[in-house]
Design a binder for this molecule. Sequence first.
Ligand SMILES: Cc1ncc(COP(=O)(O)O)c(C=O)c1O
Length: 363
Amino acid sequence: MKIRYDLKPRSARRGEPFRPEGPLPFGQLRTDHMFLMDFADGAWSDPRIVPYGPFLLAPGAVVLHYSQEIFEGAKAFQHPDGEIYAFRIDKNAARMNRSAEGLCMPPVPPADQVQAILALLDVERLWFPEQEGASLYVRPFMIATQDSLGVKPSNRYLFCVFLSPSGPYYPAGFQEPVKLLVTRRFHRAAPGGTGAMKTGGNYAASLMAGEVAHKLGASQVLYLDTADRYIEEAGAMNHYHVTRDGRLVIPSFTDTILRSVTSESVLELGQEVLGLRVGQERIPFEPFLAALRSGEIIEAGGFGTAAVVSPVGAYVFEDGTELRVGDGRIGPNTRRIYEILTGIQRGTRPAPPGWLFQAPRQA
Ligand SMILES: Cc1ncc(COP(=O)(O)O)c(C=O)c1O
């Protein structure tokens, strides 16, 4: 793919590294440029890196009415060698295309997605925040742009990637475990639906549940399946637990659970690196609670790009009662997994082959 560059004459960061003064929020800041590419007449065209700014979009664009939209989230880091490396973006590209298929959208060749991200990271390398726990968050997405009110797939699309220089997801650091609300009132995904796809509609539909969770002091909802029998995942991360006999268990990926790149990485690292037997199975909810009460489950949490690992200190129920995980503090296994994953991402630990993508110096 030949990318056209239309760069700002004076980027905010030419020649000067980004040293934010205060703590950097997660996902709020933007860099100077974005990657764009159009789809029409059955083909992608005009891949380009242009100044970051608003789109011109018809009010009747399909995405604005029927949410034909998909997105991804990944992270890139500056390593001690001064180069920028993106973490497992081939996995994100593959998931993007699985989501595209489910939403009747055209795939973007995975190599082009990877190239687009790396080219943009190259242009914006000086935006990497020189701050503890920081990253460049990468947000690829695709929207349906045809001006049409028929409920059918659009014939035009826009693919975009932009970056957000971000501080750690939990500004207080890896200190405080979160709480998850367990409720039978809301469900995230139904069999045969879009739960395994990363599409905006899933997240719009989860906002109310998230608000209820916040009111009860929880950060997210832990969703059960629609029959309220099995643990599925949280609003923006997969779920895991660790048993006293040294197993780490993630619920099996079904068509109602997003296949998390972070979870897949934990599963691939496996026992040799993590010192735990890792695996997936369906987790019936009531026995899970019983195992928490008996102390058989000693740690639990969530895996996802944004936070990497979110330790769960307690589950909250709608009547306000809580069930603690272990002693309610961050357990040693959770801490070790966090340190191993972030060490690989930041280049202070060796990465398995193929996990890191270096942004080539081109622009
Ligand atoms: C619903 C949901 N599950 C799980 C995850 C974690 O996936 P990943 O590790 O690929 O970020 C996310 C975030 O991307 C998510 O939105």
